[in-house]
Design a protein around this ligand. Structure first.
Ligand code: CTP
Length: 417
């Protein structure tokens, strides 16, 4: 056990100069105000794992807001705070973000509710957290600087690769922790201990009480991890899929689609095509594709991501399963050239096998295509950029997809008649 071990050397060696000097600064200012401050959460965990982490979470015994305001007044940067919850986010001019909160215990009036909070000691504050390895703190006190507080054996669990909740109601109080647990398993190759896993299964239905935007946010974080397929597999194993985003489809169908999507992503990767945001494809696949009222959770996505979803709604609007899809890749292009690869992948995953494979072929050809005719070529013919211009370029691409052997001159000849 490392309780009370001094980690100053590790802090100095492993954190960037910017982060370390910011800790020293908090040490000085909190001591001037007679306040005790602690570094907690992800940054402490990642210090042991030797992983970089730029998000600084600081817990203060006493008035966290007072320290936050003082820091901002003295050193500048931006401050946002929530008087009622005693939380503050300070962005230091060096661009590092520090979350400062007053040590608190939380009460939940009902599962999934936002907690009522009350000021407390650091130990109580750590006890309300998700997993033992996220419940360690490092003192930023003037005299004790660098001392580890590890009341719940987090370090031991970290060494054993074990994800463990701190008390039996943890997942009931905050069901999003089930998704967080899967995320950490996925990222770190850790595993929940059997009691934690059992409680995760038992509490899965409480996810129904959580707002869609919080769920979407957690899913996004899960799917951003290197292996999103692992995330979905674990969600299925723990029985959480039926309680997410009111998916209307049966678990079986979702499983088939997810497997297909992962296969397609692997195929694309082998061909050297990587997606900017794989996560959104997985997220889209878990959402109800028709019901308007379920769009609420959408508002947690940024504008660009919302557009991807809107595109998908548009594509599936009039029964895509009953449609006849074209044979020629160029014809696919006429329909789908404006649809992003992420949305397109989800869309074809929904289609019957044969059509779906054709769709995949289209995506592959489209993404690998070296366009032979460009805007510059059209300008040489005296054409000016205009909607017509765009149409000609699209025709050129479609022709090339249908007949990759066709020379640039032949394509130009065919499109400008
Ligand atoms: N936390 C918690 N329960 C939650 C969310 C957060 O107890 N549902 C606590 C954990 O102690 C966690 C800290 O708040 O370490 C910070 O949370 P967050 O920034 O969401 O996650 P990190 O643990 O820093 O993970 P990541 O590395 O993915 O940012």
């Amino acid at each position: 056990r490392l309780q009370n071990y001094n980690l100053n050397r590790e802090l100095e060696e492993q954190l960037s100069d910017k982060v370390y000097s910011l800790l020293m600064l908090i040490r000085k200012e909190s001591s001037n105000l007679g306040i005790k401050a602690y570094l907690v959460g992800g940054m402490v965990r990642d210090l042991f794992l030797k992983r970089s982490n730029q998000d600084m979470d600081v817990v203060v015994e006493g008035d966290g807001l007072k320290l936050a305001k003082h820091l901002q007044e003295k050193y500048g940067g931006q401050l946002r705070y929530h008087e009622k919850f005693g939380t503050a986010a300070w962005r230091h001019p060096s661009n590092i973000k520090v979350d400062l909160i007053s040590a608190r215990t939380e009460f939940y009036n009902y599962p999934g509710a936002l907690p009522e909070v009350e000021k407390s000691t650091i130990k109580e504050d750590l006890f309300r957290r998700d997993f033992t390895f996220n419940a360690m703190a490092i003192s930023l006190d003037k005299e004790q600087f660098g001392t580890l507080l590890d009341f719940f054996h987090g370090y031991e669990d970290l060494l054993e690769g074990k994800l463990k909740i701190l008390h039996n109601l943890s997942f009931v109080e905050d069901p999003t922790r089930i998704l967080r647990a899967i995320r950490f398993e996925s990222r770190l190759g850790f595993a929940m201990d059997s009691q934690t896993e059992g409680l995760a299964k038992q509490s899965a239905n409480n996810l129904l009480t959580v707002s869609k935007s919080r769920i979407a946010n957690e899913l996004k974080r899960l799917f951003i991890e290197e292996d999103p397929v692992y995330g979905v597999k674990r969600m299925a194993e723990l029985g959480v899929l039926p309680f997410l985003l009111n998916t209307l489809e049966s678990r079986n169908i979702i499983n088939i689609r997810i497997k297909r999507l992962s296969r397609y992503i692997i195929t694309l990767k082998k061909e050297g095509i990587t997606l900017d945001s794989v996560w959104i494809s997985f997220l889209l696949l878990l959402t109800p594709l028709k019901r308007e009222k379920d769009k609420l959770w959408l508002y947690s996505l940024n504008k660009g991501d919302q557009m991807l979803l809107e595109d998908l709604y548009e594509l599936v609007k009039d029964n895509p399963l009953e449609k006849k899809y074209p044979d020629l890749l160029g014809d696919w292009h006429q329909h789908f050239s404006g649809i992003s690869i992420e949305t397109m992948l989800v869309f074809i995953t929904l289609l019957p096998e044969e059509t779906s494979l054709k769709g995949l072929k289209y995506i592959l050809s489209r993404e690998k295509m070296q366009k032979k005719v460009t805007g510059a070529d059209l300008k040489q013919f005296g054409l000016q950029p205009s909607p017509k211009f765009k149409e000609l370029l699209l025709n050129a691409e479609a022709l090339q997809l249908n007949n990759p052997e066709l020379s640039k001159e032949k394509i130009l000849e065919k499109i400008i008649q």
